[in-house]
Design a protein around this ligand. Structure first.
Ligand SMILES: Cc1ncc(COP(=O)(O)O)c(C=O)c1O
Length: 406
């Protein structure tokens, strides 16, 4: 008799090898207690957190916590229903207005997660006669959204507007509707998309453009509206999708647009229609975190200073860090045999980062994905760098000790 689990045999073998190589399962780390935005207790030890997406440190915002408490007391802890049935309270509508106003857009849809925002928007927008053009390094939520749609999916080379242009020109049905999807900052590598160049291709070819600003919202642009603001091309972006789970420190997703049909998309969007809406405390905390972000642009400046400090430190150490300075800095190692012990040693010495192993990495080499927060102190960054040096030495990871500035 066939087993449902025979397909897991390969995975069990790979996971077993990872655990055997380092002594613990890197995908089952428990933060026993967050002590602040930058420090948590892991395995009983105070550990520096350099592997979250809490870019502005707002998961611990006192204002957001108080707003959540007040909303739970006033409205309860859940809605028990979908946005199109019993799951829309005034708070949801108010948050949508706030997000739309923040982006200077006509309307916003709020989803229960950022994952669902991509799943929902991509599947609702792209139908069977349409083309979806996806950056090859797109997040899983974008790929899953394209699977849920019936559209023809075409991948173009990562961050390559010329390749996108060529592929659009080669389409069998050039007059079909085309939706191009890119991300502002790529979550694994910290690569920033050349959004202005993608916008130029969109205009030249008559395609629609959706930018997922999950990691760039609150991070890029003078006001934190993301990569399209930073490059001055917001007017050319049809749909901005994003999440509350990174810079705002809560949970939930959104899409903003000037297209009036967004109101109709609400009725044709399965990940919006067939799931419970966000509870009042999350909505209220998100609104409070957004206000805090808007009132404190210095958080963004501090974030970038901290990113530059960590990046420069990696370069000084001779580690192979992402080329561009962004709050996501990936340290690439040559082999999995180096990466697994190094990740474990970092944790033992008190730094938590994310371990990414091939084939899930863009160029088949393992990554130690680090992320910076506005709330990290210079001393914490320097301590993390010293721990990286020590861990590399302990694990025989070669450091080329270049003194190049970032
Ligand atoms: C690029 C990108 N889009 C969407 C998401 C999904 O967001 P969420 O985790 O809030 O569901 C993520 C999450 O990591 C992401 O990196």
């Amino acid at each position: 008799m066939a087993s449902l689990f025979s397909k897991y045999e390969g995975l069990a073998g790979s996971l077993g090898a990872v655990v055997a190589a380092g002594g613990r399962n890197p995908f089952a780390v428990v933060i026993e207690k967050p002590l602040s935005s930058t420090v948590g207790v892991i395995e009983g030890r105070e550990t520096l957190l350099f592997g979250t997406n809490n870019y502005l440190g707002l998961s611990q915002s006192v204002r957001a916590i108080k707003a959540a408490q007040a909303a739970a007391e006033a409205c309860g802890v859940g809605t028990t229903g979908s946005r199109i049935a019993n799951g829309t309270q005034s708070l949801h509508r108010q948050l949508e207005r706030k997000i739309a106003d923040f982006f200077h857009r006509r309307d916003a849809m709020v989803f229960s997660t950022g994952y669902q925002a991509n799943l929902g928007m991509i599947s609702a927008l792209a139908g069977k006669d349409d083309y979806l053009l996806l950056d090859a390094d797109s997040h899983a939520s974008i790929y899953d959204g394209s699977r849920l749609s019936a559209a023809q999916v075409i991948r173009f080379r990562h961050n390559d507007p010329d390749d996108l242009y060529k592929r659009i020109k080669r389409l069998d049905a050039p007059d079909a509707a085309k939706l191009v999807v890119v991300e502002g900052i790529y979550s694994m590598t910290g690569n920033v998309a050349p959004v202005a160049e993608f916008a130029a291709v969109k205009k030249e070819t008559g395609a629609y453009l959706l930018v997922d600003e999950a990691h760039s919202f609150g991070v890029l642009g003078e006001h934190g509206r993301g990569s399209a603001e930073a490059e001055g091309v917001e007017a050319d972006v049809d749909f901005i999708v994003g999440t509350f789970s990174k810079s705002l420190g809560t949970v939930g997703g959104y899409c903003v647009s000037d297209h009036p049909e967004l109101e109709l998309v609400r009725l044709n969007c399965r990940p919006y229609m067939f799931t419970a809406s966000l509870p009042p405390e999350v909505i209220a905390a998100t609104a409070a975190a957004l206000e805090e972000m808007q009132e404190h642009p210095e958080l963004r400046a501090q974030l970038m200073d901290n990113a530059a400090r960590l990046h420069a430190g990696f370069v000084r150490l001779g580690l192979n860090a992402s080329q561009r300075v962004s709050p996501v800095i990936a340290v690439t190692l040559e082999t999995v045999e180096q990466a697994i012990p190094m990740w474990n040693r970092l944790l033992e010495l008190g730094v938590y980062v994310n371990l990414s192993l091939p084939p899930a990495t863009p160029d088949s080499r393992p990554l130690l994905r680090c992320s910076v927060m506005a709330t990290h102190t210079a001393a914490q960054i320097d301590q993390a760098l010293e721990i990286f040096r020590q861990a590399a030495e302990d694990c025989n990871v070669p450091l080329s000790a270049k003194e190049t500035a970032a």
